[in-house]
Design a protein around this ligand. Structure first.
Ligand SMILES: [Zn+2]
Ligand SMILES: [Zn+2]
Length: 320
C-alpha cells in the first residue's frame, strides 16, 4: 500500500453516521472510515452523501485523527450517460443482445475511457480523502455490464474494470503523484484479469460478496468459501498482498437483510469465527482491511445492542 500504514476500517452509509456516534469507536485500532453513498449500481453520489461529502465533515475526521476515504458506486459521476444518443460507441455492448446499451459501463476500447478518467479526477476534487486512495466502482449487477464489442470481446469483466482503474490512476497522478485506485473484485469482476496488468498505483479491492460467514474463508469443507478463497489467493498472487485491500461484510446488516425487507443481524455474529476468519487474511499478509457495517444504525442497536461492533473491534486486532 502507498504508505505501508496498517489499516483497520469500517465502511458506513449516511444513515448509520446520522444515528449512531460511530466516530467514538475510532482509535489506534479502528483507524479508517470508509464513507459509502449506499448500494445500488447507479445514483448521484454527491446527493446521497449529503453532509458526509462536505469539508465540514472531513474537518471533523481530521480533528479526531481518523483517516477517511470514499467507497462509491459512481457510474453516474464517471460517465455522462446523456452522451449515449450521440456516441453509442462510448458505451458497453451487451453480450446477450449484442447491442450498445446505456444501462451498464463504458467501452474500454473507446474514447470513453479518457472521459471516465477525467471525471474521476473531478470527483476526487469534490471528495478529497486522507489516504490518497480512490474507490470508484462501475456497474456490477453480476454480468453483462461490461463491453463485448469486437475490440473488447476478449477482455473479461475484471480486465475491463482494471483497464478503467489504470486509466483513472494515470489521470489522477498528473495532479496527485501519490494517488492509488482500487480495482474491485466483486460479482462479475470476481475473476482474474486475463490480459490487462495493473499499472503503478492500482491495487486490488477484494470484496467477496455472497461468501459464507458460518465458515472461515479457508475452510475446505465450505463449498462456497472454497471458491472465494481460491480467488483471493489468485488475486494476491497477481497483485501482491501489499497491493490488496480487503473489503468485507462481517458486520454488514444490509448484507444479511438484502431481499428480506427487514433489519437482520449482521452475517458474522460469533467472535471466535470472525477472529479466525480475519486471521486468514492476516496470515496471507493483508494489512489493509475493512468491513461494511451498513445499517448498523440506531434501529440496529435498539434491536441487538453493540455486541457485533465490539466483536469486530476485537477481531480486527488480527490485522497487524
Ligand atoms: Zn468495447
Ligand atoms: Zn459455509
Amino acid at each position: 500500500m502507498a504508505d505501508n500504514k496498517v489499516r483497520r476500517g469500517v465502511v458506513l452509509a449516511p444513515t448509520d453516521l446520522d444515528t449512531v456516534n460511530w466516530l467514538d469507536y475510532f482509535d489506534d485500532n479502528l483507524n479508517l472510515l470508509g464513507i459509502h453513498s449506499g448500494g445500488g449500481e447507479s445514483h448521484n453520489v454527491i446527493d446521497r452523501l449529503g453532509v458526509y461529502g462536505t469539508e465540514e465533515f472531513r474537518k471533523i475526521c481530521r480533528e479526531r485523527n481518523i483517516d477517511f476515504e470514499y467507497e462509491l458506486h459512481a457510474p453516474q459521476q464517471l460517465m455522462d450517460y446523456s452522451l449515449f444518443a450521440e456516441h453509442p460507441e462510448y458505451f458497453y455492448e451487451n453480450s446477450r443482445l449484442n447491442e450498445r446499451m446505456d444501462n451498464g459501463n463504458w467501452c474500454v476500447s473507446s474514447p470513453a475511457l479518457e472521459l471516465v478518467a477525467k471525471n474521476a479526477v473531478m470527483l476526487a476534487d469534490k471528495l478529497p480523502c486522507s489516504t490518497n486512495r480512490f474507490f470508484y466502482w462501475g456497474v456490477d449487477k453480476g454480468g453483462e455490464d461490461w463491453c463485448h464489442c469486437d475490440k473488447c470481446s476478449k477482455l473479461n469483466a475484471a480486465d475491463q474494470c482494471l483497464a478503467t482503474a489504470n486509466a483513472m490512476v494515470q489521470e489522477l497522478r498528473k495532479s496527485n503523484p501519490d494517488a492509488v485506485v482500487g480495482s474491485i473484485f466483486y460479482l462479475a469482476t470476481m475473476q482474474l484479469p486475463s490480459s490487462v496488468e495493473p499499472v503503478d498505483g492500482v491495487i486490488a479491492e477484494y470484496a467477496p460478496y455472497r461468501r459464507c460467514y458460518k465458515h472461515t474463508l479457508d475452510d475446505p469443507d465450505c463449498a462456497v468459501n472454497r471458491e472465494y478463497y481460491r480467488r483471493f489467493k489468485e488475486i494476491i498472487s497477481m497483485f501482491g498482498a501489499d497491493r490488496t485491500h480487503v473489503l468485507e461484510y462481517h458486520i454488514d446488516s444490509s448484507y444479511a437483510s438484502v431481499r428480506t425487507g427487514c433489519h437482520r443481524r449482521c452475517p458474522c455474529r460469533d467472535l471466535d469465527t470472525m477472529k479466525r476468519d480475519i486471521a486468514v487474511y492476516a496470515r496471507h499478509g493483508i494489512t489493509s482491511f475493512t468491513s461494511f457495517a451498513v445499517d448498523i444504525n440506531k434501529e440496529y442497536l435498539d434491536l441487538y445492542g453493540d455486541t457485533d461492533i465490539k466483536n469486530y473491534l476485537e477481531a480486527i486486532k488480527e490485522i497487524q
